[in-house]
Design a protein around this ligand. Sequence first.
Ligand code: AMP
Ligand code: DBH
Length: 583
Amino acid sequence: MSAVDAPTWPREFAERYRAAGHWRGETLGGMLRERAAAHPDRVALVDPGDGPDGARRVWTYGELDARADRMAAGFAARGIAPGDKVVVQLPNTAEFFEVVFALFRIGALPVFALPAHRQAEIGYFCSFTGAVAYVGPGLLAGFDHRELAAAVRAGAPGLRHVFVADPDPGPFTALADVPVDPGAVDPGADGPAAGCGTGPSPGDVAFLQLSGGSTGVPKLIPRTHDDYVYSVRASNPICGVGEDSVYLVALPAAHNFPLSSPGSLGALYAGGRVVLCPRPAPETAFALIEREGVTITGLVPPLALLWTEAAASTEHDLSSLDVLLVGGAKFSAEAARRVGPALGCRLQQVFGMAEGLVNYTRLDDPEEWVNGTQGRPISPDDEIRIVDDEDREVAPGATGHLLTRGPYTIRGYWRAPEHDARSFTADGFYRTGDVVRALPSGHLVVEGRAKDQINRGGEKIAAEEVENHLLAHPAVHDANVVAEPDAYLGERTCAYVVLREGAGPLRPAAVKSFLRGRGLAGYKIPDRVEFVTAFPTTGVGKVSKKDLRATAADAPASSVPLPTPTPFPTPGRTAPSETDRTA
Ligand code: AMP
Ligand code: DBH
């Protein structure tokens, strides 16, 4: 990684992580190559058939490997080179893996967008990273990504290619037309596809992952092959993943949790099987669990609640399911207790972040810890500090800010030195923004958050990003976005808006459609918009979000519907919201 792009681990740390055997010089592309050589005929991927031709697809390791090579050769033939950025926005289909492994082989960097992202996000990823290509679906959940691509391309001159995973690519290139024969050249045991140079080094950045963030624009997270492969490999034994495991990708495939904790990559690393779930609705997922013999999957808390409820009346046989990971947002102890009895599986809580640190409860932990904590770190070399507002360590067991440093936690964001100065300590600890306490066992309990973010059932929303979009409305004088409690999501979003003097009346629904019109992802559209004449202030005259949150918490308690496509599309709630009804 170039020092210009992002800070990396100081040499003594890199040496320590290598000496400890954490960083073993593996690459993600090489990992697939080795597995394919060892067991070419084992099944790697099952796509139940939301693919372009609607047919169920089963790819063996040999096939996935060969397809990645052909796709890599095709990308390379079109000029995609090592170090290039490619924004990948694909649903849970086999193409996601074909494309991503092809880019790994080349040493080009996928930028992992979520299906719910819209023009505001995709446009930003393309222009900020100088991406040379965008790979997207055609029509997905009623939204035409070809139109999105056309709009994005107009504002990102560096975007040379748009590849569409649909037989009708519009004015662009069909992804299916990209693969070409890598030729007769034998690339060697773990070499790159022919025509792709020497392939990436284990210390190179493999991809850019997204941070939920708390700032006006999303931050990008540079993960190296060495550090990511370590987090995946070390997750496997903690979660009981081996060659007989069948991992169901129920959350969006590109998200850090289903990708690496232990996720699809964990299953592939172990020689297991990955089953792609097109949507996380219980009826879809339960049928796949039964048919494909799924043993392990991961969910955010609202989905875990939904599955727990739905299990009582399902006719599907869920007995193959051994482990359910729940994370992304705080899972209450009460909900946690219900998972095992309802689904007939073991619960594992996971508290992770795309920046690195991942904590799991252990499969042999006492129930009290499994239900009541968010787990302990993967690695003996994960360093944890819990500090007060002045960065002084709190007493053992006391609550404070979580700081962390370790073999798979980044030392800085991608091209964001000014954020790094705030988000990292001088000695390289990442300020997670989470407020936690630790048990003597090292298990962490998440008690709250100090970052200006809404965690909407696992979907992270940076308040400032939404506020900036609100401020672009000509009638809006000022805006503050805060979390309010929600029985189902944990938190939902409320925007408090002060209108300009003399501005005509504005309805909440008009504010929401204004934000949609700016191309903001649906999950970032506030659930509630409240007009106020002024904001509460602190003693020094700053807006008090704490007081705003308290106001929001006093608002009529009702669980909001999930009206918009979300990164964790949660089915089953479609009634119009209070705000929409009164709008
Ligand atoms: P990101 O940095 O966008 O990858 O989001 C990671 C953040 O999600 C963490 O810093 C936490 O704030 C939150 N998070 C993830 N898992 C959990 C969990 N099990 N309990 C509470 N918060 C969580
Ligand atoms: O919320 C997250 O980002 C997350 C949750 C669980 C994560 O990145 C992970 C596990 O790896």
